[in-house]
Design a protein around this ligand. Structure first.
Ligand SMILES: O=c1ccn([C@@H]2O[C@H](COP(=O)(O)OP(=O)(O)O[C@H]3O[C@H](CO)[C@@H](O)[C@H](O)[C@H]3O)[C@@H](O)[C@H]2O)c(=O)[nH]1
Length: 466
C-alpha cells in the first residue's frame, strides 16, 4: 500500500461540499456526492479522529476505484460517508460530533491508500441458512454453496449446532462456473434452491451492471451446471418487489409485473428465464417464490441476520437501535395514504419463509412446470406498528424520527397468499410478536451478529480444492 497521490484532490472536493453547508440551521442529514475518478484505487478511512470532536467513529478501510461513488451525508451533529464500490460492496463510516462544529479538521485526518484487489461476491439471503436448518430437520440431504461475502462460515457451524448434523459446504461464487460444475459432479443433486444474489434496492440503482452481472450471469451459470448434470428442479427466491406499485391490495400472483428498480428487474428477468426454460423442457420444473418482507430469527437465538455495515432494512436496523448500536430509526415517509402515514409491508417470519421452500420442493415432485407463489402472511403492517411490536419485545420505547420518503419505496406491499395456502398447503403461522421476540433474542445473544468469528471455512470446503 502507498499513499494515493490524488488524496489532495479528494480532500479539496470534500471541502468544497462542506463549505456549502450552513451548520447553524441544517439539522437534517443531506447528501453530497464527490466525483471519484481520476485516481486508480484508494482506501478511505479515519486515521486520527480527534477525541475532542468525535464521540464515536467506525474506522474502516476498503478499496475504492475509478467509477466508485462516494456519498456524504452530513448534518450539524454527524457525518456519514458511504462508498459504493464498483465491486458491489459498500463502506460506511460514521462520525458523531460532540458539539455542532465545522468538520474540516477531521476531514484532514482521513487517509486514502492504494490497494490492489477487488473481490467478487454473491451474498446468501438469511432465509438461506434458515431453510438449510428446516431441510436438515426434515431429513433432506443438503449441499450449501456460498461465496461467504455477506455471510460467515460461523453460520454453517451454527446450523450444525442447531440440527446436530454435518453440513456439506463449499465456498464458491456463482460466477465461477467451473467451481459449480465441480459441486454438481461430486453430488447427486435433484433440486437447486437459489438464494444467491444482491439485494439492496437503493444500491441497485447506483450499480445496476453489478446487479445484472451477478444475479443474471450467476443464475445462467447455475442453470448451465444443472443442465450439464441433468438436474431439473429449481426453487427461486424472487421478491414482492417484482410487482412495483401494485394496483390491487392484497396482491395476487396475477398482478402486473413492473419493478421500479434494477434489483427488482433482476428478479423479473430471472423469473422470465425460468418460465422460458420450463416452456422449452417439459421435464424442467421451477417454483418462483415471491417473498414479502422476511423478518425475525431462529427461535434458538443461534441464527439470524448479520448485516455488514449499516442495515438497509427496517427490522435489522430497529434491532440495532434496541441494542444501542444506532441512535434512532429514521422512518422513511409519514405522508403515505395509510392509517398512520407510514408505508405498509407484509412481514413474514423467516422460519415460515423457509418452510415455504420445503412445500415448494414437494410441489416440484409433481412435475408442475413453472409455478409462482406469494410467500406472505396476508397481513400488512405500517412502519410505526412494527416499531410498537419491537418496543413490546424489547420492553421499552425505541427512538425514531420521521424523515422524508426513501426514493423507490411504494405505499403498500401486502400479499394475497391464498394460492400458496391452497396449492402448497403452506401458511405463514408465526405472529409479529414471535418475529420481534426471536429477533431480539438473536440480537441480545449476538450483539455483533457473526462479526468477530472466523469467516473462512477449512481448506477442504474451498471449491478449488475439490
Ligand atoms: O431504516 C429504515 C428502513 C426501512 N424503513 C421502511 O420500512 C419499510 C420496509 O423497508 P425494508 O425493510 O427496507 O424492506 P423493503 O424496502 O420493503 O424491501 C424488502 O422487501 C422486498 C420485498 O417487498 C425485498 O424484495 C427486498 O429485498 C427487501 O429489502 C419501508 O416502508 C421503508 O421505507 C424505514 O422507515 N427506515
Amino acid at each position: 500500500m502507498s499513499v494515493c497521490s490524488d488524496w489532495n484532490e479528494i480532500v479539496s472536493a470534500l471541502i468544497l461540499r462542506f463549505k456549502e453547508v450552513d451548520y447553524s440551521h441544517n439539522t437534517r442529514p443531506r447528501l453530497y456526492e464527490v466525483p471519484c475518478f481520476g485516481f486508480r484505487s484508494v482506501v478511505v478511512g479515519a486515521s486520527k479522529p480527534r477525541s475532542s470532536m468525535l464521540r464515536h467513529s467506525d474506522r474502516k478501510g476498503a478499496s475504492v476505484a475509478r467509477g466508485d461513488a462516494i456519498r456524504i451525508y452530513i448534518s450539524s451533529s454527524s457525518l456519514h460517508i458511504r462508498v459504493s464500490f464498483h465491486n458491489y460492496t459498500t463502506l460506511s463510516i460514521n462520525f458523531t460530533f460532540l458539539s455542532p462544529c465545522w468538520p474540516l479538521a477531521m476531514i484532514h485526518n482521513m487517509f486514502l491508500l492504494l490497494v490492489e484487489q477487488a473481490i467478487s461476491f454473491i451474498p446468501c439471503l438469511p432465509s438461506g441458512s434458515h431453510t438449510v436448518v428446516e431441510l436438515l430437520e426434515h431429513g433432506q440431504n443438503v449441499v450449501v454453496v456460498d461465496n461467504l461475502y455477506n455471510a460467515s462460515y460461523e453460520a454453517i457451524l451454527r446450523i450444525e449446532q442447531i440440527t446436530g448434523k454435518k453440513v456439506h459446504f463449499f465456498k464458491c461464487d456463482i460466477l465461477n462456473l467451473d467451481g459449480l460444475r465441480k459441486v454438481f459432479n461430486k453430488f447427486d443433486v435433484w433440486s437447486v434452491i437459489h438464494f444467491a444474489g444482491l439485494k439492496a434496492v437503493g444500491e441497485s440503482t447506483q450499480i445496476p451492471l453489478a446487479y445484472y452481472r451477478n444475479s443474471i450471469t450467476g443464475t445462467l451459470n447455475l442453470l448451465q451446471a444443472m443442465n450439464e448434470t441433468n438436474v431439473k428442479n429449481f426453487v427461486f427466491s424472487s421478491s414482492a418487489t417484482v410487482y412495483g406499485n401494485p394496483p390491487v391490495i392484497p396482491i395476487p400472483e396475477t398482478s402486473p409485473i413492473g419493478s421500479t428498480n434494477p434489483y427488482g428487474r433482476t428478479k423479473t428477468f430471472i423469473e422470465q428465464i425460468l418460465m422460458d426454460l420450463c416452456a422449452a423442457d417439459p421435464n424442467f420444473n421451477a417454483a418462483l417464490l415471491r417473498y414479502f418482507n422476511p423478518a425475525g430469527a431462529h427461535p434458538s437465538g443461534l441464527m439470524g441476520e448479520s448485516p455488514n455495515g449499516v442495515p438497509n432494512n427496517l427490522m435489522p436496523f430497529l434491532s440495532q437501535v434496541a441494542i444501542g448500536k444506532r441512535d434512532k430509526l429514521r422512518v422513511f415517509g409519514d405522508d403515505y395514504p395509510t392509517k398512520d402515514g407510514t408505508a405498509i409491508r407484509d412481514y413474514i417470519h423467516v422460519v415460515d419463509v423457509s418452510l415455504g421452500h420445503l412445500a415448494a420442493l414437494e410441489k416440484l415432485k409433481t412435475n408442475p412446470g413453472c409455478v409462482v407463489y406469494n410467500l406472505g402472511s396476508g397481513e400488512g403492517s405500517t412502519v410505526l406498528e412494527m416499531i410498537q411490536a419491537m418496543n413490546k419485545a424489547v420492553g421499552r420505547k425505541l427512538s425514531y424520527e420521521l424523515c422524508p420518503r426513501r426514493p423507490g419505496d411504494v405505499t403498500n406491499l401486502t400479499a394475497d397468499p391464498s394460492k400458496a395456502n391452497k396449492e402448497l398447503n403452506w401458511k405463514a403461522e408465526k405472529t409479529l410478536d414471535e418475529m420481534c421476540v426471536s429477533l431480539w433474542n438473536w440480537q441480545t445473544k449476538n450483539p455483533n451478529g457473526f462479526e468477530g468469528f472466523d469467516v473462512n471455512p477449512p481448506a477442504e470446503c474451498i471449491v478449488d480444492n475439490l
